[in-house]
Design a protein around this ligand. Structure first.
Ligand code: SF4
Length: 538
C-alpha cells in the first residue's frame, strides 16, 4: 500500500520527484532521526515559503535592534517586504525605538544605471542627523550586488565622517538558498564588529545572553520576567528588544541561551571559541520545556540558592496557571496539528502542543539545515555545496585577554551528557513513528498534507496561511502570531492554548467545506508512477 509520503511525491514528474523525494521523510520508528535533505535550492516554479538572504539578515536578525538604523540599500519593495512583518516588539530607549521605521535608499532606474553610492551616502547622513542611532547597518539587496555599489567603503566613510558605528552587510537576496544565509551573514557582522566592544559588566555571576529570541508578540518580555524573577541578569537579547550596547557587552555574560538554533548558532559557537562562553539549547515555548530549561540553567550554575529559587518560581507560576492548563488540556487533548514555520520553531511549538495533548502529525521547516532535524551530531557529515561556500565562514581565535570559562572541564564533561550543553538534539528525536516531515514545503505538498492528515489546526508561515484558511482548516500565522502572544513560558502557554481553542472552535469553519470533501481529487500519472520514474532517474 502506498504510504502518505509516496502519495505526496507521486504527484510529481520525474525530475521534480527526484529533487523532492529526499526532502520528505516519514519516520519509521519513534524518536529516531532519518536522513533528510535540507538547505538546498528550491525547485523553480514550486510555490515555497522561504524568504531571501536579505530578509534573513535585515528582517530577522538585525531589524529588531531598536537603537540602530537598519538601512536597506535597494528598491523600496525589498524594504517594505521586511518591514515589521514579524511583530518584533521593543520597549524603546527613553521612549524611542527605531524599529517601526523602514529605512531605504529607494533606488530608482537611474541609480541602477549610474550607481547608488551617492544616494546611499546621503541616506546614511540623513539617518544619522535625524535619528542619532547607536549604529547604522547597511544591508545590500539583489540589485546592489548586481551593479556592484561598494557598500563597504560607504560604511568606512560614514564611520569617519560621523563618528558612528556603521557596518555593511553583503546580504543580497540571491545569496545562499534561503533566509538562512542572511542569518549567517548577520551573525558574522555582529561577531566581527559589535560583540566584544562593550563594557557593561554584569553585577551577578548568573548572567546570560538570550540568543535567537526575536520578541514576537512580546515573547522575550515574558521570558525575561521569569529569568529576572529567579535572579538571572539578562545581559543582552539577540535580537528582539535588542539594544546595541548590550549586544556589544554580550561577551561579559557567563552563559549563552540559544532559543532559535538555526538563526543564531553561529554566534553561540564563535563566542565559545573566542571567549570560552558555553551555550545551552533552551526552549521557553511550552510549560514542560520551560521547566526543563530553567532546571538545566540552574544545573549549569550549580548554586543552591539559585536552584531553590528556580523551584519556587516554577511552583508559583504553575499554581497560577494550573486551572487553565487543566481546562485547555481537556478541551484540546486528542487534536492533531500541522506546523510549518521557521528553522527551529516547529520543534518548539510541537513541545507546547504536547503540553495540551495535541499531537503534531505533519511538520517541517522553511530554511532549516539537517542538524535542525537530525541533531548536531550530523554536522560533520554535511557536505557544503557552492551556495553555502558562498557565505563567509569566520574562524575566530581564542581572545587571550577576554577568554574565561565559568565551569571547569570536569564539571563540563559531567554536565554534557545530562543537559543540552553546546548541543541541539534536533526535531526528529521528539517525533513518533508515522509522523511526516517535509523540508522546504511548498503549497502543493501543504494541500496534500492537509488532505491526507486532516489536522484540526495548522500553524503556518506567511505565504501559505491564506490557502490553508480557504481550505477550511483553522490556521494560525506564526511569524506574527496573528496579533496575539506572548506565547513563552507559563502564562504564554495559556495564551497560546486560549488562542488555539478559539481558532479551532470559531463558528466560521462550519461555513466552509474543504474541497476534498465535495470534489473528486484529480488523480493520474504519466506512464509509470512517479516513484518508479524517480527510481529510474536515480
Ligand atoms: S530577493 Fe532580492 S529583490 Fe527580492 S526582496 Fe530579496 S533582496 Fe529584494
Amino acid at each position: 500500500m502506498e504510504t502518505k509520503r509516496e502519495k505526496i511525491l507521486d504527484t510529481y514528474s520525474g525530475l521534480t520527484f527526484k529533487n523532492r523525494k529526499d526532502h520528505v521523510v516519514e519516520l519509521e520508528t519513534d524518536h529516531t532521526p532519518q536522513e533528510i535533505t535540507a538547505n538546498k535550492r528550491s525547485v523553480p516554479g514550486l510555490m515555497i515559503n522561504r524568504g531571501c538572504c536579505y530578509a534573513g539578515c535585515k528582517g530577522v536578525v538585525l531589524g529588531p535592534i531598536q537603537d540602530a538604523v537598519t538601512l536597506e540599500h535597494g528598491p523600496i519593495g525589498c524594504g517594505y517586504y521586511t518591514w515589521m512583518t514579524r511583530r518584533n516588539k521593543a520597549r524603546g530607549i527613553n521612549g524611542k525605538s527605531l524599529i517601526q521605521y523602514s529605512f531605504s535608499t529607494d533606488l530608482q532606474e537611474t541609480d541602477i544605471v549610474f550607481g547608488g553610492v551617492k544616494k546611499l551616502k546621503q541616506a546614511v547622513k540623513e539617518a544619522v542627523e535625524i535619528f542619532h542611532p547607536k549604529a547604522v547597518f547597511i544591508c545590500a539587496t539583489c540589485p546592489v550586488g548586481l551593479i556592484g555599489d561598494d557598500i563597504n567603503s560607504v560604511a568606512k566613510w560614514a564611520k569617519e565622517e560621523f563618528g558612528v558605528q556603521c557596518i555593511s552587510f553583503s546580504c543580497e537576496g540571491y545569496k545562499g538558498v534561503s533566509q538562512s544565509a542572511g542569518h549567517h551573514i548577520a551573525n558574522n557582522g555582529l561577531m566581527k564588529d559589535v560583540i566584544g566592544t562593550g563594557t557593561n559588566k554584569p553585577t551577578t555571576p548568573f548572567s546570560i545572553n538570550l540568543l535567537g529570541e526575536y520578541n514576537i508578540g512580546g515573547d522575550a518580555f515574558e521570558t525575561e520576567r521569569i529569568l529576572t524573577k529567579i535572579g538571572y541578569q539578562v545581559v543582552s537579547k539577540f535580537t528582539g528588544d535588542g539594544v546595541y550596547d548590550e549586544i556589544a557587552s554580550a561577551h561579559l555574560a557567563n552563559l549563552n541561551l540559544v532559543q532559535c538554533h538555526r538563526s543564531i548558532n553561529y554566534i553561540a559557537e564563535m563566542m565559545k571559541v573566542k571567549y570560552g562562553i558555553d551555550w545551552l539549547k533552551v526552549n521557553f515555548i511550552g510549560i514542560k520545556e520551560t521547566i526543563r530549561t530553567l532546571r538545566e540553567m540552574a544545573a549549569y550554575f550549580d548554586d543552591e540558592g539559585l536552584k531553590k529559587r528556580t523551584e519556587e518560581v516554577i511552583t508559583e507560576e504553575l499554581t497560577q496557571i494550573q486551572g487553565d492548563w487543566d481546562y485547555y488540556k481537556k478541551k484540546l487533548s486528542g487534536k492533531k496539528a500541522g506546523i510549518f514555520v521557521g528553522g527551529s520553531r516547529s520543534h518548539h511549538y510541537m513541545d507546547l502542543l504536547a503540553d495540551f495533548g495535541v499531537e503534531t502529525v505533519v511538520t517541517g521547516y522553511e530554511f532549516a539545515h539537517r542538524d535542525d532535524y537530525e541533531g548536531r551530531e550530523v554536522i560533520p557529515d554535511i557536505k557544503l555545496d557552492a551556495d553555502t561556500k558562498n557565505i563567509e565562514q569566520l574562524s575566530p581565535e581564542k581572545d587571550e585577554s577576554m577568554y574565561r570559562r565559568y565551569i571547569d572541564d570536569d564539571t563540563y564533561n559531567e554536565l554534557k551528557g545530562k543537559i543540552e550543553l553546546d548541543y541541539y538534539k534536533g526535531m526528529m528525536k521528539d517525533m513518533k513513528k508515522g509522523s511526516l516531515i517535509i523540508d522546504d514545503y511548498n503549497e502543493a505538498e501543504t494541500e496534500d498534507a492537509l488532505s491526507l492528515y486532516k489536522p484540526d489546526i495548522f500553524y503556518s508561515g506567511i505565504k501559505d496561511n491564506f490557502m490553508i484558511l480557504k481550505s477550511g482548516t483553522p490556521a494560525k500565522q506564526m511569524h506574527s502570531y496573528d496579533y496575539d502572544g506572548p506565547y513563552t513560558c507559563f502564562k504564554g502557554a495559556i495564551n497560546f492554548a486560549h488562542d488555539t481553542f478559539d481558532e479551532v472552535n470559531a463558528p466560521a469553519w462550519k461555513l466552509l467545506t474543504p474541497p476534498w470533501n465535495t470534489e473528486p481529487t484529480l488523480e493520474g500519472s504519466l506512464g509509470n508512477s512517479a516513484i518508479e520514474r524517480g527510481e529510474q532517474h536515480a
